[in-house]
Design a protein around this ligand. Structure first.
Ligand code: MN
Length: 247
């Protein structure tokens, strides 16, 4: 299979996955509150529905070359991530979610359907992922991030090896994470689109850094070589964004 065929097949597979499922089918046929409401009545109008947003990509699709190629970035952002946003919002509407905000929804996602959990996680995780990467990465942290890593893992090389291992050992699709939890930094991974803020996750903490190890994140450029993707990914980590999230 050449590159073009792969691209075509992965797009088809992605689109198929996004529109499948009874929840989404029924959501599509529901009237939105705007369509069904009559004259506005402040006393009886329902809480506006929660709508999740896709953050703007903070750099161009080709900005992370050569570590992450422009085509992968564009498909990842405009197809995969945008699909999670669309489907998460459809699931939120279909399941009559009444929580006030995204933070509460992520923290209570175990109360709802698997489809909602997967898509809400997909929205949150990618919004986070884009921000902790950037062009012109220095390769390693300094200042308070380096101090915290040294305190928790011994030195940067040990941290890097442990984080890489978390990404490499995640079987199938998922994420590797650096989190802050009870005053310490810890490393772990989650399956699918779960994250450490979810009630359903065994691994918990405040995310500081994330690595997407789904094949869609690297397959066009690296094929099966997840290890090469992870090795090159370190060059595009935005340590300044990690620093903003510590403490
Ligand atoms: Mn992804």
């Amino acid at each position: 299979m050449d590159r073009k065929q792969f691209l075509s097949r992965s797009l088809q597979a992605g689109v198929g996955a996004f529109v499948a499922g009874p929840i989404l089918a029924s959501a599509a046929s529901c009237n939105s509150p705007e369509e069904s409401s009559a004259a506005p009545d402040a006393a009886s109008s329902p809480t506006p529905p929660l709508v999740l947003a896709q953050v703007a990509l903070p750099y161009a699709y080709n900005a992370l070359e050569p570590s992450i190629d422009a085509q992968t970035m564009e498909i990842h952002y405009t197809k995969h991530h945008a699909g999670y946003v669309k489907n998460a919002n459809a699931a939120i509407a279909a399941e009559n979610i009444t929580v006030a905000n995204e933070t509460e929804l992520v923290a209570s996602v175990g109360k709802y359907s698997t489809g909602l959990r997967n898509n809400v996680g997909g929205v949150w995780n990618h919004n986070f992922f884009w921000q902790v990467m950037g062009p012109g990465g220095k390769g390693r942290p300094e200042g308070k991030v380096l101090d915290a890593i040294n305190a928790s893992f011994g030195d940067f090389e040990k941290f890097q090896a442990a984080f890489t291992e978390a990404g490499m050992k995640r079987f199938g699709s998922g994420w590797a994470w650096l989190v802050e939890h009870e005053g310490k930094l810890t490393i772990g991974s989650t399956a699918n689109q779960d994250n450490p803020l979810m009630d359903v996750s065994d691994f918990k903490g405040k995310p500081l850094l994330a690595l997407d190890v789904w094949e869609h994140a690297y397959y066009l450029k690296y094929q099966n070589k997840r290890n090469e993707y992870v090795a090159n990914w370190w060059n595009v980590v935005n340590w300044d964004e990690v620093a903003k999230r510590i403490g």
